[in-house]
Design a binder for this molecule. Structure first.
Ligand code: ADP
Length: 250
């Protein structure tokens, strides 16, 4: 479970990005976080794996007080939380399988990772992860020869190879065309359902959020102004979250 209690985030320049966040997310939920650019979506999910420190309040992930973690404990904690970015963050000039195998590099002795010698169990979990996202046949292709959607699947497979309990995804489909975006969203959905992995996605495509997530959290100016199941998201709720901007976009 992810639990926010009165969490605030104030950046070093004094900007108050999260304001008294109270939130509880159960294991296995698929949550879409929506809101205008600059609302605080990215800040919110990046506090969960401590990419950003909170300024006050309490943040618990599976009963671990995230802000007390240091050193090796913090590194081990982070490895159980997958992170997916809009820009895929892959090593593009090498093969798909090497990218997925790199998920476990921190666990390897230095000489093994330098020589690229990975244990058999890592190969098996890497190939299984590629199979789960439907690109096993691309295992030996170079990443830079793949489409954007395939590259995002490689990133997803790399995350799965870490055996995460939680996946945080920051605008994972923002740079994909609409059809590919749907395919990647359905990968997230399948992984969420079949593996009981909690998925938190920042997304500005409202329709995709409503189609694939179970729960929607609306953020405006660092405040949670809506939190409910997709079927309770009305036009009024969206107008509240997006204001006039939504009207402008057909
Ligand atoms: P979103 O993901 O909804 O677009 P962000 O969480 O990225 O929003 O940003 C929320 C607000 O915090 C924005 O106004 C942004 O300019 C500000 N912000 C983000 N990162 C920093 C930072 N490192 N220092 C100061 N302000 C920041």
């Amino acid at each position: 479970m992810i639990l926010f209690e009165h969490v605030n985030k104030i950046y070093s320049n004094g900007f108050h990005a999260l304001n008294d966040i109270n939130l509880s997310i159960n294991q296995g939920e698929f949550v879409a976080i929506i809101g205008l650019s600059g609302a605080g979506k990215s800040t919110l999910i990046r506090t969960i794996n401590r990419m950003h420190d909170i300024s006050s309040g309490k943040l618990l992930v599976n009963n671990i007080d995230v802000n007390t973690l240091k050193g090796k404990k913090l590194r081990n904690f982070r490895r159980k939380i997958g992170m997916i970015f809009q820009s895929f963050n892959l090593i593009t000039r090498t093969t798909v399988i090497k990218n997925v195998l790199s998920a476990n590099v921190p666990d390897l002795p230095l000489w093994r990772s330098i020589l690229g010698i990975f244990p058999k169990k890592d190969w098996i979990s890497a190939l299984e992860a590629l199979d789960k996202v439907g690109i096993l046949n691309k295992a030996y292709s170079r990443v830079d020869q793949l489409s954007g959607g395939q590259q995002q699947r490689v990133a997803l497979a790399r995350t799965l190879a870490q055996n995460p309990k939680i996946i945080l995804a920051d605008e994972p489909v923002a740079s994909l065309d609409p059809i590919t975006a749907k395919q990647v969203m359905s990968d997230f959905k399948r992984i969420n359902r079949d593996m009981n992995i909690t998925v938190l996605i920042n997304i500005h495509h409202v329709e995709l959020a409503l189609q694939y997530a179970d729960r929607v959290i609306g953020i405006k100016n660092g405040n949670i102004i809506f939190d409910g199941s997709c079927d309770t998201v009305t036009k009024e709720v969206l107008n509240e979250i997006y204001g006039e901007k939504l009207e402008e976009e057909p």
